[in-house]
Design a protein around this ligand. Structure first.
Ligand code: TRP
Length: 358
């Protein structure tokens, strides 16, 4: 007998290449959870339209690219389901229903949306679909009725909104008492578990500007596909937060290079030693600390680069397209079931639907 494993859903928007912030914020968690959970990893290509509606072919290329990044870090399509948002129609339908359960002003107050509007300089020119994507993310998640959503810290506001949508659905259509504890919603008859965010080892990795979180749009990222030379150049360019000679006492706490040391150097004694010497001004230059960080990052990235290189070209593309097709089949089995159950709870179950993919 196969025991059903609890489900996980998480995803990335295909905006280009994944970076170290993605790795420590979420990818690493996904790898660790692949065996114990039934994992669904979603490529949110419809969300990429929020800022690039005129560039769908670029989004397509980035979609293939992101799957290659996932495979390179060790996401295993035999154990986990890699699925493409635009191939899962139940998500869009659920989005409509959840959009009716969340107050408009509640969505517009979502701090992640606000930050994105600032970071990307969207002003007031963003599309109607832009705030809608946050509701869409509730549907991405709830379509899979997962227990956990492994994400970086920046996504927590979206998960919080998802939890609100799930509670309200369960209250309106499944008769669950609003005073129910989150953990008990399903036991009390709710369709949707109230999913929890699972934050990575480093919830927010600072970018090479030393100030903001690492992000492609802020131009401060080290990509998983960067060459050893690029990694070296980028880390060497980080401002250590203070100007000092190797013999001056320094403050590692205001030096972003130490954030990278913590995130990537495996030998904790080495990090402690570097910190202590930095504080004392024990003949420890910033270049020396950076050299250790560069080695550690390159050691992490080397096998990823090798796997990525093996996926380049038409054969790699073909493999990815097969994975996407197979994943669509597996993902739709769950999402269609969720939608049918949701419509049943709402009394909207007039005809049964079979989704066929070819
Ligand atoms: N908004 C997420 C990001 O940009 C990507 C995403 C889309 C996601 N749907 C999701 C993450 C569902 C977790 C769960 O990183």
């Amino acid at each position: 007998m196969t025991v059903e494993r609890p489900r996980i859903l998480t995803g990335d928007t295909p905006t280009g290449k994944l970076h170290l912030g993605h790795y420590v914020g979420s990818l690493e968690n996904r790898l660790a959870l692949q065996d114990d959970y039934d994992c669904y990893f979603l490529i949110a290509n419809q969300h990429a339209l929020t800022t690039r509606a005129d560039k769908t072919h670029d989004i397509r290329a980035d979609t293939v690219g992101i799957v290659k990044d996932w495979l390179s870090v060790g996401i295993d399509p035999d154990r986990s389901t890699i699925c493409l948002q635009s191939e899962i129609p139940a998500i869009v339908e659920l989005c409509w229903y959840f959009a009716m359960l969340l107050p408009f002003n509640r969505v517009m107050r979502n701090p992640t949306l606000k930050t994105e509007i600032d970071d990307k300089g969207l002003g007031d020119t963003y599309s109607f679909g832009f705030p809608l994507y946050a509701v869409g993310q509730c549907a991405d998640i709830l379509a899979f009725r997962p227990e956990l959503v492994p994400v970086g810290e920046d996504q927590v506001a979206h998960i919080e909104m998802t939890r609100e949508a799930a509670r309200r659905f369960n209250q309106f259509y499944c008769g669950v008492d609003p005073h129910t504890e989150d953990a008990d919603y399903v036991k009390e008859g709710g369709l949707f578990p109230i999913p929890a965010a699972k934050i990575g080892r480093v919830g927010r990795l600072v970018g090479i500007d030393g100030k903001q979180k690492m992000s492609k749009s802020l131009n401060n990222a080290i990509f998983l596909s960067d060459t050893p030379k690029q990694v070296k150049k980028k880390i060497n360019a980080i401002y250590p937060g203070q100007s000092r000679e190797p013999t001056d006492p320094g403050d590692p706490d205001i030096n972003p290079v130490f954030d990278y040391a913590d995130a990537f150097i495996k030998d904790k004694n080495l990090i402690d030693d570097l910190r202590t010497r930095y504080r004392k001004g024990d003949n420890l230059g910033d270049g020396h600390v950076k050299a250790h960080v560069i080695d550690a990052v390159n050691e992490l990235l080397e096998p990823i680069r090798e796997k990525r290189a093996a996926l380049e070209g038409p054969a790699g593309d073909a493999k990815v397209l097969e994975i996407i097709k197979d994943g669509a089949r597996r993902a739709n089995e769950v999402a269609e079931e969720t939608l049918a159950l949701a419509k049943e709870k709402m009394g909207f179950n007039f005809a049964k639907r079979e989704l066929t993919l070819s």
